[in-house]
Design a binder for this molecule. Structure first.
Ligand SMILES: Nc1ncnc2c1ncn2[C@@H]1O[C@H](COP(=O)(O)OP(=O)(O)O)[C@@H](O)[C@H]1O
Ligand SMILES: [Mg+2]
Length: 309
Protein backbone atom coordinates (compact mmCIF):
# COMPACT_ATOMS: atom_id res chain seq x y z
CA UNK A 1 0.00 0.00 0.00
CA UNK A 2 1.31 3.43 -0.86
CA UNK A 3 1.67 5.94 1.93
CA UNK A 4 0.01 9.35 1.80
CA UNK A 5 3.13 11.10 3.06
CA UNK A 6 5.39 12.23 0.23
CA UNK A 7 8.87 10.77 0.41
CA UNK A 8 10.09 14.20 -0.66
CA UNK A 9 8.43 17.61 -0.60
CA UNK A 10 9.80 20.91 -1.73
CA UNK A 11 8.08 23.76 0.06
CA UNK A 12 8.46 27.17 -1.61
CA UNK A 13 12.08 26.43 -2.46
CA UNK A 14 14.03 29.38 -3.85
CA UNK A 15 17.62 29.64 -4.97
CA UNK A 16 19.32 32.84 -6.06
CA UNK A 17 22.86 32.69 -7.41
CA UNK A 18 24.98 35.76 -7.02
CA UNK A 19 27.46 35.95 -9.83
CA UNK A 20 30.92 37.36 -9.33
CA UNK A 21 31.02 41.07 -10.05
CA UNK A 22 31.90 41.96 -13.62
CA UNK A 23 32.97 45.62 -14.01
CA UNK A 24 32.15 46.13 -10.32
CA UNK A 25 28.53 44.97 -10.44
CA UNK A 26 27.26 41.70 -8.98
CA UNK A 27 24.41 40.03 -10.86
CA UNK A 28 21.74 37.82 -9.37
CA UNK A 29 20.13 34.84 -11.07
CA UNK A 30 16.84 33.70 -9.57
CA UNK A 31 17.27 30.06 -10.55
CA UNK A 32 14.35 28.83 -8.41
CA UNK A 33 11.31 30.84 -7.35
CA UNK A 34 9.01 29.25 -4.77
CA UNK A 35 9.16 25.74 -6.15
CA UNK A 36 6.73 23.42 -4.35
CA UNK A 37 6.56 19.75 -5.34
CA UNK A 38 5.55 16.43 -3.79
CA UNK A 39 7.04 13.09 -4.76
CA UNK A 40 5.09 10.09 -3.53
CA UNK A 41 6.90 6.93 -2.42
CA UNK A 42 7.32 4.30 -5.10
CA UNK A 43 6.34 6.71 -7.85
CA UNK A 44 8.13 8.83 -10.41
CA UNK A 45 7.73 12.58 -10.79
CA UNK A 46 8.91 14.06 -14.07
CA UNK A 47 10.36 17.55 -13.82
CA UNK A 48 10.11 18.97 -17.32
CA UNK A 49 11.33 22.20 -18.84
CA UNK A 50 13.63 23.73 -21.40
CA UNK A 51 17.31 24.36 -20.75
CA UNK A 52 17.93 27.00 -18.09
CA UNK A 53 14.54 26.60 -16.39
CA UNK A 54 16.11 25.48 -13.10
CA UNK A 55 15.68 21.69 -13.22
CA UNK A 56 19.27 20.79 -12.33
CA UNK A 57 19.27 23.39 -9.56
CA UNK A 58 16.27 21.59 -8.05
CA UNK A 59 18.14 18.27 -8.20
CA UNK A 60 21.40 19.66 -6.87
CA UNK A 61 19.67 21.46 -4.02
CA UNK A 62 17.88 18.25 -3.02
CA UNK A 63 21.16 16.34 -2.77
CA UNK A 64 22.85 19.18 -0.93
CA UNK A 65 25.16 20.57 -3.62
CA UNK A 66 23.45 23.92 -3.16
CA UNK A 67 21.94 25.51 -0.05
CA UNK A 68 18.44 26.92 -0.57
CA UNK A 69 18.10 30.69 -0.38
CA UNK A 70 14.69 30.12 1.23
CA UNK A 71 12.09 27.40 1.52
CA UNK A 72 12.27 23.88 2.86
CA UNK A 73 13.08 20.36 1.73
CA UNK A 74 11.13 17.69 3.61
CA UNK A 75 12.15 14.04 3.56
CA UNK A 76 9.29 11.85 4.81
CA UNK A 77 7.85 14.95 6.43
CA UNK A 78 11.07 15.95 8.18
CA UNK A 79 12.79 19.24 7.33
CA UNK A 80 16.30 18.21 6.30
CA UNK A 81 17.71 21.52 7.55
CA UNK A 82 16.72 20.38 11.04
CA UNK A 83 18.69 17.13 10.85
CA UNK A 84 21.40 18.03 13.33
CA UNK A 85 22.67 14.58 14.27
CA UNK A 86 25.39 13.50 11.89
CA UNK A 87 23.90 10.02 11.67
CA UNK A 88 20.58 11.48 10.43
CA UNK A 89 22.34 13.63 7.85
CA UNK A 90 24.26 10.59 6.63
CA UNK A 91 21.06 8.58 6.41
CA UNK A 92 19.49 11.26 4.19
CA UNK A 93 22.57 11.52 2.00
CA UNK A 94 22.52 7.77 1.54
CA UNK A 95 18.79 7.54 0.87
CA UNK A 96 18.83 10.18 -1.88
CA UNK A 97 21.22 9.58 -4.77
CA UNK A 98 21.71 11.57 -7.94
CA UNK A 99 22.41 10.15 -11.39
CA UNK A 100 23.87 12.74 -13.75
CA UNK A 101 23.46 13.47 -17.43
CA UNK A 102 27.12 12.66 -18.13
CA UNK A 103 27.54 8.99 -17.24
CA UNK A 104 31.30 9.53 -16.84
CA UNK A 105 31.08 12.34 -14.31
CA UNK A 106 30.58 10.20 -11.22
CA UNK A 107 33.00 7.41 -12.20
CA UNK A 108 36.72 7.42 -11.53
CA UNK A 109 38.54 6.46 -14.76
CA UNK A 110 41.37 4.86 -12.76
CA UNK A 111 39.13 2.32 -11.04
CA UNK A 112 37.30 -0.79 -12.18
CA UNK A 113 33.56 -1.23 -11.87
CA UNK A 114 34.23 -3.81 -9.12
CA UNK A 115 36.12 -1.18 -7.14
CA UNK A 116 33.33 1.40 -7.51
CA UNK A 117 30.59 -0.96 -6.44
CA UNK A 118 32.44 -2.87 -3.70
CA UNK A 119 33.30 0.42 -2.04
CA UNK A 120 29.66 1.42 -1.95
CA UNK A 121 28.62 -2.07 -0.81
CA UNK A 122 31.19 -2.29 1.99
CA UNK A 123 30.07 1.06 3.37
CA UNK A 124 26.35 0.52 3.12
CA UNK A 125 25.79 -3.23 3.13
CA UNK A 126 28.65 -4.49 5.34
CA UNK A 127 26.62 -7.55 6.35
CA UNK A 128 26.30 -8.84 2.78
CA UNK A 129 28.77 -11.18 1.06
CA UNK A 130 30.45 -8.66 -1.29
CA UNK A 131 30.82 -10.93 -4.32
CA UNK A 132 27.24 -12.16 -4.12
CA UNK A 133 25.90 -8.63 -3.60
CA UNK A 134 28.01 -7.35 -6.50
CA UNK A 135 26.64 -10.03 -8.81
CA UNK A 136 23.07 -9.32 -7.73
CA UNK A 137 23.14 -5.58 -8.30
CA UNK A 138 24.78 -6.03 -11.71
CA UNK A 139 21.98 -8.42 -12.62
CA UNK A 140 19.45 -5.90 -11.31
CA UNK A 141 20.70 -3.30 -13.77
CA UNK A 142 21.10 -5.86 -16.57
CA UNK A 143 24.88 -5.82 -16.82
CA UNK A 144 26.84 -9.04 -17.33
CA UNK A 145 27.94 -10.00 -13.79
CA UNK A 146 30.91 -12.02 -15.11
CA UNK A 147 32.61 -9.65 -17.52
CA UNK A 148 31.63 -6.25 -16.11
CA UNK A 149 33.43 -6.09 -12.72
CA UNK A 150 36.98 -6.08 -14.12
CA UNK A 151 36.25 -3.37 -16.69
CA UNK A 152 37.20 0.28 -16.44
CA UNK A 153 34.59 2.97 -17.14
CA UNK A 154 36.05 3.75 -20.60
CA UNK A 155 35.62 0.11 -21.63
CA UNK A 156 31.83 0.39 -21.30
CA UNK A 157 29.30 2.07 -23.55
CA UNK A 158 27.50 5.20 -22.33
CA UNK A 159 24.38 3.18 -21.58
CA UNK A 160 26.39 0.59 -19.62
CA UNK A 161 28.09 3.35 -17.64
CA UNK A 162 24.72 4.83 -16.77
CA UNK A 163 23.65 1.36 -15.61
CA UNK A 164 26.70 1.30 -13.31
CA UNK A 165 25.55 4.62 -11.85
CA UNK A 166 22.14 3.13 -11.09
CA UNK A 167 23.87 0.03 -9.65
CA UNK A 168 25.80 2.26 -7.31
CA UNK A 169 22.59 3.86 -6.09
CA UNK A 170 21.29 0.34 -5.40
CA UNK A 171 24.53 -0.58 -3.62
CA UNK A 172 24.08 2.27 -1.15
CA UNK A 173 20.42 1.28 -0.73
CA UNK A 174 19.06 4.53 -2.11
CA UNK A 175 15.32 5.02 -1.76
CA UNK A 176 15.02 8.07 -3.97
CA UNK A 177 16.96 8.63 -7.18
CA UNK A 178 17.26 12.09 -8.68
CA UNK A 179 17.99 11.31 -12.34
CA UNK A 180 19.07 14.50 -14.14
CA UNK A 181 18.57 13.98 -17.88
CA UNK A 182 19.97 10.44 -17.54
CA UNK A 183 19.48 9.57 -21.21
CA UNK A 184 20.20 12.81 -23.04
CA UNK A 185 23.87 12.01 -23.72
CA UNK A 186 23.13 8.46 -24.85
CA UNK A 187 22.42 7.07 -28.29
CA UNK A 188 18.78 7.44 -29.21
CA UNK A 189 18.60 3.67 -29.71
CA UNK A 190 19.33 2.88 -26.07
CA UNK A 191 17.44 5.69 -24.34
CA UNK A 192 14.30 3.65 -24.01
CA UNK A 193 16.13 0.79 -22.32
CA UNK A 194 17.42 3.15 -19.61
CA UNK A 195 13.89 4.50 -19.11
CA UNK A 196 12.77 0.86 -18.88
CA UNK A 197 15.42 0.21 -16.23
CA UNK A 198 14.18 3.15 -14.16
CA UNK A 199 10.63 1.91 -14.53
CA UNK A 200 11.63 -1.50 -13.14
CA UNK A 201 13.55 0.06 -10.25
CA UNK A 202 10.36 1.89 -9.40
CA UNK A 203 7.80 -0.86 -9.99
CA UNK A 204 9.78 -3.89 -8.79
CA UNK A 205 11.97 -2.36 -6.05
CA UNK A 206 9.74 0.47 -4.90
CA UNK A 207 12.29 3.20 -5.54
CA UNK A 208 11.03 6.75 -5.91
CA UNK A 209 12.36 8.71 -8.86
CA UNK A 210 12.63 12.38 -9.66
CA UNK A 211 13.08 12.20 -13.42
CA UNK A 212 14.48 15.46 -14.79
CA UNK A 213 14.11 15.90 -18.55
CA UNK A 214 13.73 18.52 -21.27
CA UNK A 215 11.72 15.98 -23.28
CA UNK A 216 8.09 16.14 -22.14
CA UNK A 217 7.18 13.17 -24.34
CA UNK A 218 9.30 10.78 -22.22
CA UNK A 219 7.46 11.77 -19.02
CA UNK A 220 4.51 9.66 -20.11
CA UNK A 221 6.67 6.59 -20.31
CA UNK A 222 7.83 6.61 -16.71
CA UNK A 223 6.19 9.14 -14.46
CA UNK A 224 2.81 9.06 -12.75
CA UNK A 225 3.11 12.77 -12.04
CA UNK A 226 4.64 15.64 -13.99
CA UNK A 227 5.66 19.19 -13.09
CA UNK A 228 6.54 21.77 -15.74
CA UNK A 229 9.07 24.48 -14.96
CA UNK A 230 9.80 27.72 -16.75
CA UNK A 231 12.25 30.41 -15.59
CA UNK A 232 12.58 28.92 -12.12
CA UNK A 233 8.87 28.53 -11.43
CA UNK A 234 6.50 25.58 -11.59
CA UNK A 235 3.79 26.57 -14.06
CA UNK A 236 1.78 23.34 -14.13
CA UNK A 237 1.76 20.08 -12.18
CA UNK A 238 -0.41 17.04 -11.66
CA UNK A 239 -1.04 13.55 -13.00
CA UNK A 240 1.03 13.01 -16.16
CA UNK A 241 -2.03 11.89 -18.11
CA UNK A 242 -3.51 15.34 -17.61
CA UNK A 243 -0.43 17.58 -17.67
CA UNK A 244 1.02 15.95 -20.79
CA UNK A 245 -2.17 14.61 -22.32
CA UNK A 246 -4.37 17.67 -21.78
CA UNK A 247 -2.13 20.58 -20.76
CA UNK A 248 -3.88 23.68 -19.42
CA UNK A 249 -1.07 26.22 -19.00
CA UNK A 250 -0.09 28.01 -22.19
CA UNK A 251 3.60 27.29 -21.65
CA UNK A 252 2.96 23.53 -21.33
CA UNK A 253 0.89 23.70 -24.52
CA UNK A 254 3.85 25.37 -26.18
CA UNK A 255 6.20 22.61 -24.99
CA UNK A 256 3.80 19.98 -26.33
CA UNK A 257 3.59 21.76 -29.67
CA UNK A 258 7.37 21.68 -29.96
CA UNK A 259 7.33 17.88 -29.75
CA UNK A 260 7.30 16.43 -33.25
CA UNK A 261 3.77 15.20 -33.60
CA UNK A 262 2.17 14.59 -36.98
CA UNK A 263 -1.29 15.38 -35.62
CA UNK A 264 -0.24 18.92 -34.67
CA UNK A 265 -0.12 21.37 -37.53
CA UNK A 266 1.85 23.98 -35.63
CA UNK A 267 5.43 24.49 -36.68
CA UNK A 268 8.12 26.79 -35.35
CA UNK A 269 8.56 28.35 -38.76
CA UNK A 270 5.03 29.67 -38.79
CA UNK A 271 5.23 33.43 -38.16
CA UNK A 272 1.94 33.53 -36.21
CA UNK A 273 3.12 30.71 -34.02
CA UNK A 274 6.43 32.45 -33.36
CA UNK A 275 4.76 35.60 -32.10
CA UNK A 276 2.30 33.59 -30.00
CA UNK A 277 5.22 31.65 -28.51
CA UNK A 278 7.00 34.89 -27.67
CA UNK A 279 3.95 36.24 -25.86
CA UNK A 280 3.36 33.03 -23.91
CA UNK A 281 6.98 32.93 -22.78
CA UNK A 282 6.92 36.55 -21.70
CA UNK A 283 3.72 36.12 -19.69
CA UNK A 284 4.82 32.82 -18.16
CA UNK A 285 7.99 34.41 -16.79
CA UNK A 286 5.98 36.77 -14.58
CA UNK A 287 5.75 35.86 -10.90
CA UNK A 288 3.20 33.20 -10.02
CA UNK A 289 0.56 34.85 -7.86
CA UNK A 290 -1.77 31.87 -7.38
CA UNK A 291 -2.25 28.24 -8.30
CA UNK A 292 -5.57 27.26 -9.81
CA UNK A 293 -6.85 23.69 -9.47
CA UNK A 294 -8.31 22.36 -12.71
CA UNK A 295 -9.17 18.86 -11.50
CA UNK A 296 -8.11 17.28 -8.19
CA UNK A 297 -4.32 17.40 -8.01
CA UNK A 298 -3.91 19.16 -11.38
CA UNK A 299 -2.93 22.80 -10.93
CA UNK A 300 -1.72 25.61 -13.15
CA UNK A 301 -0.03 28.87 -12.26
CA UNK A 302 -1.73 32.22 -12.60
CA UNK A 303 0.77 34.94 -13.24
CA UNK A 304 0.94 38.52 -12.04
CA UNK A 305 -0.44 40.94 -14.58
CA UNK A 306 1.90 42.13 -17.23
CA UNK A 307 2.59 45.78 -16.46
CA UNK A 308 2.05 47.65 -19.70
CA UNK A 309 3.57 51.09 -19.83
N1 LIG B 1 26.29 27.30 -9.94
C1 LIG B 1 25.62 28.29 -10.58
N2 LIG B 1 26.04 29.58 -10.50
C2 LIG B 1 25.36 30.55 -11.12
N3 LIG B 1 24.26 30.37 -11.87
C3 LIG B 1 23.81 29.12 -12.01
C4 LIG B 1 24.46 28.00 -11.37
N4 LIG B 1 23.77 26.87 -11.68
C5 LIG B 1 22.74 27.26 -12.46
N5 LIG B 1 22.76 28.59 -12.66
C6 LIG B 1 21.78 29.37 -13.45
O1 LIG B 1 20.50 29.04 -12.96
C7 LIG B 1 19.57 28.91 -14.04
C8 LIG B 1 18.97 27.52 -14.04
O2 LIG B 1 19.97 26.60 -14.39
P1 LIG B 1 19.77 25.01 -14.35
O3 LIG B 1 19.21 24.63 -13.04
O4 LIG B 1 21.05 24.39 -14.75
O5 LIG B 1 18.66 24.79 -15.48
P2 LIG B 1 18.29 23.46 -16.32
O6 LIG B 1 18.87 22.29 -15.60
O7 LIG B 1 16.80 23.47 -16.37
O8 LIG B 1 18.90 23.65 -17.68
C9 LIG B 1 20.33 29.27 -15.30
O9 LIG B 1 20.13 30.62 -15.56
C10 LIG B 1 21.76 28.99 -14.91
O10 LIG B 1 22.63 29.78 -15.67
MG1 LIG C 1 20.14 20.79 -16.33
Amino acid sequence: MLSDTPILSLDALSKTFTLRPVFGRATEVKALRNVSLDLMPGRALALVGESGSGKSTVGRTIVGHHTPTSGRILFEGQDIAELTARADQMRYRQAVQMVFQDPFSALNPAHTIRHHLLRALSLHQPEADPETALRMILEDVELDPVSTPSKFPHELSGGQRQRVNFARALAVKARLIVADEPTSMLDVSIRKSILGLMQRLKDDRGLSILYITHDIATAEYLAEDTAVMFRGQVVEKGPTAQVVGAPQHDYTKLLRAAVPDPTLRLTGSDAGFASLARRVREESAHPVRALREITPGHVIAEHAEVAHA
